[in-house]
Design a protein around this ligand. Sequence first.
Ligand code: PLP
Length: 436
Amino acid sequence: MQGKESFIGPEEIIRKKSEYLIPCVYHFYKEPMQVVRGEGQYLFDHQDKRYLDFYGGVSVLNAGHCHPEIVDKICEQVKTLQHTTTIYLTQPIVDLAERLAQITPENLKKSFFCASGSEANEGALLLAQIYTGKHEFLSLYNGLHGRTKLTMSITGLKFWRTDSNPVGGISFVPDAYCYRCNFNLKYPDCNIECAKQIEKIIETSTSGEIAAFIAEPIQGNGGIITPPDEYFKVVREILDKYGILFITDEVQTGFGRTGKMFAIEHSGVKPDIMTFAKSISNGTPVGGFITSDKIAASYTRPGASTFGGNPVTSVSALARSEEQRQFHLIENAKKMGAHLKEKLKELQDKHILIGDVRGKGLMLGAELVNQGKEPAVQETDIILEYMKDKGVLIGKTGANRNVLAFQPSLIITEDNIDELVDVLDGALCYVEKHKE
Ligand SMILES: Cc1ncc(COP(=O)(O)O)c(C=O)c1O
């Protein structure tokens, strides 16, 4: 381990960042710490202060930081065969593809691997165009699908749409944001109007030549927007009527986070293509998409990704999967998620700042509002900073950046939740007191 004296500290990191990194690489907190070590559900800073990590590297560390068995497998592979690319035959890529075929919905079987969620979505959208011979896309308000030209264009969340000249042929459809319903309706009397609007948009705003609809089953960066379970059933019927493929973006929601292996399973709907990244390999760069035999058969022209299916990252994904199997992490996500949600709802009863609590499993959000549902943006920042100072890290998402995000490792315990809730309660009291 690196000695304490070799850490340069947050101030020097900020100085180097501003000198050598493009300014778009932003960080959380007014007074950030230098993170130097991770262990299970904890992070440690340069002064060896411990932080309970309730953001898990943004929904990545499902098995916890530096999991010993996963790390051992990675090290073993690094020392044996680190890289070749897919022009040579290696075993980890096919073992991983086989494992994915076993754990994804039964119609999905063939995978393509790359190294990030953006590339995964970019590839899935291309596949949809190749298979259907159509070129347009549908996407949700407030969705986030990546940073490349096409995936940024198909991202509905304004905060992440930097491109001043996005790709055309993309129509956005209303998200199922029940707390701020696009139609001022109330669930369940709304009859899922947001899903039904998709047909109107297909008819009035597109050429009718639509390759695919892409959606996160729970919109992570959008603010943990969680559609009613029947939403995707209504959507699927419309898509089928118009011969449009359904791509589920499981980059944030996959691999047990929501209490099921994949979040789309809550709806019972079978996607045509599923994309994945983040937690598949617990912290090494793996992305990809999986589809049916029939759709896969249309993609025959050469396609390669230098790091896709790399032996080290594939072994790391296989080890993460084994860990999940042995330690019932999905079960824990369900159980701990239910416990945390109940506790957050208790806090909602106590603090008017919490306008809504939503999400599934260990993908939960609390939307902070002032009077008249005005987004409590400054208050959100104060709460994050306060909690960090007390040794608890949480996330911040939403179109207005006013949603607290709780997406910890799936190994967390009731004691961890109690610690989080205590500190959050203190933070909310602090903000309320300073507003008086
Ligand atoms: C749902 C979703 N899709 C795609 C991406 C892009 O993934 P990456 O940052 O690995 O390119 C993200 C990143 O946060 C995401 O949350």
